[in-house]
Unconditional design. Sequence first.
Length: 263
Amino acid sequence: MKYWMALCLLPLFFSYYVTSVNAASPPPQVSLIIDDFGGKVKGVEEMLDLDLPLTIAIMPFMEDSHKQAVLAAEKGHEVMLHLPMEPLKGKASWLGPGAIRAEMTKEEAKQATQKAIDSLPHVKGLNNHMGSKVVETSEAISGVLEAAKENQLYVIDSGTNPRSLIPELCESMGIPYEVRDVFLDDTLSSAAEVRQQMKHMAQRTESDAKTIAIGHVGIKGEETVTGIKEGLSFLKSTGTEIVPASRLTLSNLSRNPFSFWEY
């Protein structure tokens, strides 16, 4: 009799267990990385004043790089090195000082990256500014990643080249990393276009537990700020949590101990 009662109660037990596990599952998470800090461009103050856990990506050796890194940290934002790297196309003047070039040896790229890391306080990670040529050049990008690992930085691949070696090398080197999913803007995006990208990002969270989005300060930086503000309602409607980029580079087990095997 007891045996049959146990069999009857078993489905109820598993139903309760699954419900409990699902209830404990975290909400979808997105990271808003804002590139191109460091200079006197539009949107800097307005972006830093947003009451959101943004990830502020700062180019090194610019006139306001150090000051903006300090200010970003004081306002509760995560600081990232926005490392300029040579592109396949584009002007050298777009790169800024301290750029990583494809012809560099591994050691040269590593030393240049270390100088950039040392120039900014509060740095927790790095991503590439442009860099479509460097990220597919094994010597140069290996040097960048070695410096990142030695400084315990996570890495975000900005997604400027589908042939990027960053994911493969980060996997083999044991470096926490992720790849950009969505661009919120381009050089001339309006607030309405940024808002639409925020909506697109929110829709992604229905199928993806985490999303990396990149926006920019610059010529239309104030438009990007407005678009982000107006798009927050889309994230709220899906129960999505905004988190620093470092949170999304955790292992699956650390991020969700109940269902890591599903990934």
